[in-house]
Write a protein that binds this ligand. Structure first.
Ligand SMILES: Cc1cc2nc3c(=O)[nH]c(=O)nc-3n(C[C@H](O)[C@H](O)[C@H](O)COP(=O)(O)OP(=O)(O)OC[C@H]3O[C@@H](n4cnc5c(N)ncnc54)[C@H](O)[C@@H]3O)c2cc1C
Length: 477
């Protein structure tokens, strides 16, 4: 009997774990033998997803939720039998805030990331000045752009809604997701719907108003089952742990860093920090710039496209306070901080309010987020320095009466790909180059979406492509 085909997945974050899981389950379903190995340089799997559970606290070191409007994360929870652990945001305080001169102002109902869905919600909010509001309202009068070329978030928002809309709303809302410079961030790769709405309705405010009316009639008919943001009762690491546990014994090898890959004959050779390995097919589920480095001998063009994707790092600081030591009522899910406010943190989740069971009742658990173009040097600073910066910002915004009782700081370097203008063209070039390399798949947050559901979708597609490739090889053998 022929030896089974072997696939190596490099990277054990949500992307690599999902790719390995899909490869194993697809092979089982097709009734074919397949050996899958997953390698991760770190000592644990999960990548940036990590939950620290201690003394009754559930602290997220990386992401703290996934969105329900992209179904992939919820679907995989269902497949893995952990849907009963999915939790929505607490219904009592489903609001968030934006900082203005150290005050927390509520993001008004009816705002969708950058624009309002009616003049009433615009008129009522104290987030913008009267002149800023007047400029935003001009959106309904401004002509649509003549071409459909990509443009930056900054250029789009300033063109349609004005500078204040960018500085006070669009920049901070988007920074919390992409940790990006709005002057470079591709609108086509991140929020293509705004460009489409401009073309279709001639105005973003008009588009949001029409969509609100349409959604009101469909929502009353169906009734949403889940809130927009979801997590897992014991933290997001439950998902990556469950994926790992679903893989066959011996499949996952941690502490193995892949240093170079090459094509030999019909297969792949991998140089690692441990020993050489070979495989019939290879899935690189690591940051694109690192994948580019590994592929420089295999395809210099593909390698240079991949290494051209810039990355940023991020820091999260989980802090525990006695509830009475925080002056603010914490009656929301958290806040974002506009860059014009000149703080160090770009966002903060009120974790103990956002999701149930994150902290014992007498405590407030806050998770502050640092990241973005001007803050990359902070990744080299130590815990004491970062804790001090975060405490200073939280004190100015929330009013703290005491030092935190616990502080837990996590650094993630080279984790957030920057979707610069023209990103989708680059991804298409990458996909064309990739099609020339047999038995190779790329997956992760660098290509068509940075969120957890996007990574799961990307991994599923990579696994399907490799399963089809191996199927083809089996038939030609
Ligand atoms: C702080 C933070 C907060 C976020 N918040 C959210 C959120 O709330 N919701 C959401 O949907 N998304 C969020 N995201 C985005 C999302 O979490 C990530 O895009 C996603 O988890 C990335 O997963 P990944 O598996 O592709 O990459 P990673 O998690 O980065 O995993 C890559 C793995 O590859 C390994 N590796 C790298 N090089 C090698 C090598 N040469 N050999 C072997 N192994 C290697 C690394 O050790 C790592 O484990 C957040 C991201 C960050 C950083």
């Amino acid at each position: 009997m022929e030896a089974p085909h072997k696939v190596i997945v490099v990277g054990g974050g949500i992307t690599g774990l999902t790719a390995a899981y899909r490869l194993v389950t697809d092979a089982k379903r097709a009734g074919v033998q397949l050996e899958v190995k997953l390698l991760d340089a770190a000592e644990r799997t999960g990548g940036v997803i990590g939950t620290s559970r201690r003394d009754g606290f559930v602290m997220e070191e990386g992401p703290d939720c996934f969105i329900s409007t992209k179904p992939e994360a919820l679907e995989i929870c269902r497949e893995l039998g952990i849907e009963d652990q999915v939790i929505g945001t607490s219904p009592t305080h489903r609001r968030s805030f934006i900082v203005r001169r150290n005050r927390l102002l509520e993001v008004p109902k009816g705002f969708y990331l950058l624009a309002p869905d009616s003049f009433l919600s615009l008129a009522r909010t104290p987030i913008f000045s009267a002149a800023g509001k007047a400029r935003m309202a001009c959106d309904v009068l401004i002509k649509r752009k003549a071409d459909d070329k990509d443009e930056s978030l900054e250029s789009f928002v300033v063109r349609r809604l004005g500078r204040e809309a960018l500085d006070r709303m669009a920049q901070p809302m988007v920074a919390g997701i992409y940790t990006a410079d709005p002057a470079k961030l591709s609108l086509k790769a991140t929020f293509p719907q705004f460009l489409e709405w401009e073309q279709e309705y001639g105005s973003i405010i008009r588009a949001l108003w029409i969509r609100k009316k349409e959604q009101a009639s469909s929502a009353s008919a169906s009734g949403a089952r889940y809130s927009l943001f979801l997590s897992l009762r014991k933290g997001l690491q439950t998902l990556t742990d469950k994926l790992k546990a679903s893989l066959p014994e011996g499949c996952v090898q941690t502490g193995v860093s892949v240093n170079q890959v090459s094509r030999e004959g019909k297969g792949w050779q991998l140089e690692t920090n441990k020993h050489p390995m070979s495989a019939d097919a290879l899935c690189l589920a690591i940051p694109a710039n690192l994948a580019g480095g590994l592929l420089n001998k295999v395809s210099p063009n593909l390698s240079s496209e991949l290494t051209g994707i810039e990355y940023h790092g991020a820091i999260t600081a989980n802090m525990v306070f006695r509830r009475e030591d925080v002056d603010h009522p914490l009656n929301g899910m958290g806040f974002v901080v506009p860059a014009v406010e000149r703080k160090n943190i770009i966002a903060c989740s009120f974790s103990s309010v956002k999701f149930e069971g994150r902290a014992p009742g007498e405590f407030a658990l806050l998770r502050a987020y640092i990241g973005g173009p001007g803050q990359q040097s902070l990744l080299g600073r130590d815990d004491t320095f970062i804790a001090d910066l975060v405490e200073r910002d939280l004190h100015a915004i929330l009013g703290l009466q005491a030092k935190p009782m616990q502080t837990h700081i996590s650094y993630s370097k080279n984790v957030m790909p920057q979707y610069h203008i023209g990103h989708l063209d680059r991804v298409e070039r990458i996909e064309r180059q990739l099609a020339q390399v047999p038995g190779l798949a790329l997956a992760g947050n660098a290509y068509r979406g940075v969120g957890i559901p996007d990574c799961i979708r990307s991994a599923t597609a990579a696994a399907a492509a490799l399963s089809a490739f191996l199927d083809g090889s089996r038939q030609s053998e």
